[in-house]
Design a protein around this ligand. Structure first.
Ligand code: ZN
Ligand code: ZN
Ligand code: FE
Length: 746
């Protein structure tokens, strides 16, 4: 990969080992020819395999002996062919490295406190590249001619900044500016110092980061955090918090060494960790959970800001679900209405890229959002084929373009119900296609006819369209991530997805491979009165669940259990459910979580997707075990996992003085056991041992762990997501794999 300092690192070590030869980029990777004593060559090879730059991902190393020896003199970095560069590509944005941080705070260094310091091992990449091959003239640094000293570093193979395209210093590079709420430059003060003072004073400042603007404020000021929530229109959805360093993060949160390693990695994602009790952090940062999304500074500007004030709220600079703001032209959408000031600079962001988000579940990654730090890196596919565009789904949209055996997932696009996101989606499709140098003739899309992504796919000029069922795509995504080829039992526990039978799917057991699937089982269906409107009101879903299980007894029970539901609503909803008007059936696991959360009085209405389930999970973590029963029914079309016994028990317990945490935990446990039970039956009938877990409900760490254990106890092999999200942000990978398989079969 170009731009990660691999060739200079090879060069330096070859010279140190006194080997002769050359290093160059080729169409398939990096080629090194080295001559010297056997012992030195072995040492050199060991170095290549173990000591490569931290962000150079090596897929494989092949060694070949060339005889007779040609007698080269010296070691050279050979200029690469242009076409070769395009295939080799360029890396994601890289968090500021330790060497640069040291220089940043060294008063003797010429880049002391310079917010744009970088080197071959770190700095912006994806977000500043206009086109390939990756060199300065095609980046947003093109308008900053290198000064003499920077140029010397840039051409010197022994320098850490050799070939570092965004190389810059205070004499020749970008500079900061502070704007007030009306967009006018604040004069007469150092922009950085002034921004720090404003943040300390309780102001909200928009900061131009790597892939877009962040909204920042003092994470300890409850008043300011509340103000930010009110202005941004974000009632309860968690805010991420940036700490100055890992030590500080550890004082506020119960971080493990593995979690700290993730935060300090070149990708520098938001890592969700446990929050300590009794700190001075605002309780409004993440009111629904005991967790906190934590990140560490990943640009020099972050390091400088956080030296002045820490911890800081770092949330995407946007309104509701719109795309993150990347340039000053759009800044007025938040500057004024949300932010009091903006700290900006004149290095344009060419590509939006939101922060990535993950947690560690039993030491392995559980990814919620795969974006900055990973994009545009590819995932390996088992299948080859023509370029495919897989458009993903409408929530948490990420699309995928394949080239050869590489699946390139886009950055996080967002919710396509908003027009600005659809526009961003369309631009990003064009952009990634041109970066990869492909124009896909095949477009894979969801089966849902009303998705914006589906409409885009159907209007696309490509001659071949392939419709993929939502949960088949989820399962195939998990298979593709693990390189599985044989059939699996796919468990898709999800929000809602379009079922081929006209009902809403979302709790599915599929016997699947890439070529197709059979619905071998599903969660018991119940009505969703009012459709999408019910999704925003878990209490309505709970009423429907009660009706399904208790029939006419649901009405009196709901009066005591669902007090938040007005009597008129109750009456109308029950009529809709009984008559089946505007009350589509669903087997959605996500909706079951919503209903149980509402039964326990945790959430009558939601302000963000998944809120009811998050509250239920948070309560369950502290609960003691309860052995609730599940039932598996045999129907003509397959197995049905019934929640009726569970709901009856919950209703009974709610009559007394219930231990809600225990009920919440018992629900998780029963669902996990039920999943394992259904899978074991399918495994016995089909002779399949591999189970792939996918769908947004598996963002729930507790359920993931419980289900994994239960399945393993049943003698099954469990695969879950570690590279792409189990939610719809990972679905495009599955669509792409399914499309490639369909093309093979043509
Ligand atoms: Zn660096
Ligand atoms: Zn310079
Ligand atoms: Fe989904």
């Amino acid at each position: 990969m170009q731009g990660v300092g691999f060739r200079p690192s090879v060069y330096r070590h070859a010279v140190q080992t006194r080997l002769t030869g050359f290093v160059r980029n080729t169409v398939s990777g990096v080629e090194v020819e080295a001559q010297g004593p056997r012992l030195f060559l072995d040492e050199f090879l060991r170095y290549l395999k173990t000591q490569s730059p931290r962000q150079a991902q090596m897929e494989s190393v092949s060694v070949e002996t060339i005889l007779p020896v040609a007698g080269e003199e010296g070691f050279r970095i050979v200029a690469s062919e242009r076409s070769g560069d395009i295939v080799v590509g360029f890396p994601p944005d890289l968090a500021t490295c330790g060497d640069c941080v040291r220089e940043l705070f060294d008063p003797a260094d010429r880049r002391y406190r310079y917010p744009f310091i970088n080197c071959t091992n770190c700095g912006p990449r994806f977000t500043i590249v206009a086109s390939l091959p990756y060199d300065r003239a095609r980046t947003s640094m093109a308008t900053f001619p290198l000064c003499q000293r920077c140029h010397e570093e840039y051409v010197e193979p022994d320098d850490r900044r050799f070939d570092a395209q965004p190389n810059a210093c205070p004499a020749c590079g970008p500079a900061l500016k502070l704007l007030d709420a009306s967009g006018r430059e604040v004069q007469g003060a150092d922009p950085l110092d002034k921004a720090v003072r404003l943040l300390r004073g309780g102001h909200i400042v928009a900061v131009k980061s790597l892939g877009g603007f962040h909204l920042c404020c003092d994470a300890r000021s409850d008043r300011t955090v509340r103000e930010l929530r009110a202005r941004k229109g974000r009632a309860d959805k968690p805010f991420a918090v940036m700490f100055a360093d890992s030590g500080e993060a550890g004082r506020y949160c119960s971080t493990t060494p593995e979690e700290i390693m993730e935060m300090l990695s070149v990708s520098a994602p938001v890592v969700i960790v446990g929050r300590r009790e009794g700190t001075d952090l605002s309780p409004r940062l993440a009111p629904d959970t005991r967790d906190l999304g934590v990140l560490l500074p990943y640009t020099p500007l972050h390091h400088l800001l956080l030296k002045g004030i820490s911890p800081l709220v770092m949330t995407s600079g946007n309104l509701s679900e719109e795309p993150i703001i990347r340039d000053e032209a759009d800044l007025s959408r938040v500057l004024g209405p949300v932010a009091d000031y903006a700290l900006v600079h004149n290095r344009p962001i060419l590509r939006r890229c939101d922060d990535s988000v993950l947690r560690l579940a039993r030491g392995r990654r559980l990814v919620y959002r795969r974006s900055r730090g990973w994009v545009p890196g590819s995932l390996p596919l088992r299948m080859d084929g023509p370029p495919v565009l897989a458009v993903g789904a409408d929530l948490k949209n990420v699309f995928c373009i394949t080239r050869g055996r590489g699946a390139f997932l886009s950055q996080h696009i967002g919710d396509l119900s908003e027009y600005p996101s659809v526009k961003f989606f369309e631009e990003a499709v064009t952009d990634l296609s041109s970066l990869l140098g492909v124009s896909p003739g095949v477009v894979a899309h969801d089966l849902h006819p009303d998705y914006a992504s589906t409409r885009f796919a159907l209007a696309h000029a490509a001659p071949r369209k392939i419709a993929v069922q939502h949960h088949h795509a989820h399962v195939a995504s998990c298979m593709a991530e693990h390189g599985l080829e044989a059939s699996v039992i796919g468990v898709a526990l999800d929000g809602t997805g379009y079922g081929p039978d006209g009902t809403i799917w979302g709790g599915e057991f599929l016997v699947a491979d890439y070529r197709g699937f059979r619905r071998a089982g599903h969660l018991e269906q119940f009505a969703l009165p009012g459709g999408d409107e019910a999704i925003r009101h878990p209490a309505r879903i709970a009423l429907s669940l009660l009706h399904k299980v208790l029939g006419d007894a649901a009405a009196p029970v709901s009066e005591t259990v669902l007090r938040g539901l007005p009597a008129d609503d109750r009456h109308v909803l029950l009529q809709m459910i009984r008559a089946g008007t505007r009350a589509p059936l669903t087997s959605s696991a996500g909706r079951l979580f919503d209903a149980v959360s509402a039964l326990l009085g945790l959430c009558d209405a939601i302000s963000y997707e998944g809120q009811a389930a998050v509250r239920l999970q948070t309560l369950a973590v502290s609960g003691s075990s309860a052995s609730y029963e599940h039932a598996v029914l045999e129907s003509g079309e397959g197995l049905v996992l019934s929640f009726a016994p569970l709901v009856r028990r919950i209703v009974e317990e709610l009559r007394g003085s219930p231990d809600r945490a225990r009920i919440a935990r018992g629900f998780h446990e029963a669902l996990a056991r039920g999943v394992a039970d259904v899978c074991a039956r399918i495994a016995a009938a089909e002779g399949i041992k591999a189970v792939a877990l996918s769908g947004g409900v598996f963002q729930n760490e507790l359920l993931l762990v419980l289900a994994t254990d239960a399945l393993k106890n049943a003698g099954l092999t469990v695969y879950s997501h570690h590279e792409v999200p189990p939610n719809d942000g990972g679905i495009a990978l599955g669509q792409a794999a399914i499309a490639l398989a369909a093309l093979k079969g043509d």
